[in-house]
Design a protein around this ligand. Sequence first.
Ligand SMILES: Cc1cc2nc3c(=O)[nH]c(=O)nc-3n(C[C@H](O)[C@H](O)[C@H](O)COP(=O)(O)O)c2cc1C
Length: 211
Amino acid sequence: MFYDCRTRDHGLPHDPLKQCVVPRPIGWVSTVDGEGRVNLAPFSFFNLVSENPPLVIYCPVGAHAEGGEKDSLRNVREVGEFVVNVATWDLRDAVNASSAPAGSTVDEFELAGLTKEPSSLVRPPRVKESPLHLECRVAQVIRMPGAFGGVANCMVLGEVLGVHIRDDLLQDGLLKIDRLQPIARLGYQEYAVVRDTFTMPRPTRVAVAAE
Ligand SMILES: Cc1cc2nc3c(=O)[nH]c(=O)nc-3n(C[C@H](O)[C@H](O)[C@H](O)COP(=O)(O)O)c2cc1C
């Protein structure tokens, strides 16, 4: 089949687009506003986009349930810092609970039964139950094409300042994915969990034959 994405005229019961780019890692983002009110929400429009300096993005698209920008966007505009907590299999219900369209004054740590742990370099707290955290400083907030509910879609670009890794995830100096068990977003209501990995060395340099 082919469909024109501009009209979304796919003729299927559900739009397949988000099932076409999978799996998407989930950045579970904690922020604070200028008064110290904490927010926590998952973002699957999320990724590591550069290594040196280490840069991550997450994209708040659409409006807050009460109107205006989502808390995860408004807060970083105010404070300029965020933490990415890794979403794992064990924490899947809490990840989902923290995505509820709650009021701005609601603390999603409490809503999802999670514990706050102070960060080392930034003001937003970490999710203690998550075994891996990236402490980030905002580099840029980029306005993307499109809007929903009167709010422009945005991309938050952040520099990773510090990384916490729970010691038991490490073996022989390597971070073991079968211990981390991160979850990822597919389309529809589906998720994946990463447990199986394989190793494939990069090809060596191919010499260009002289003419
Ligand atoms: C797994 C998952 C991934 C999500 N990814 C995104 C995303 O990439 N962008 C977005 O705007 N909302 C996403 N959402 C919805 C937000 O988490 C939700 O709107 C949340 O309440 C954010 O609003 P807040 O910043 O005001 O708390 C996702 C929800 C779930 C469960």
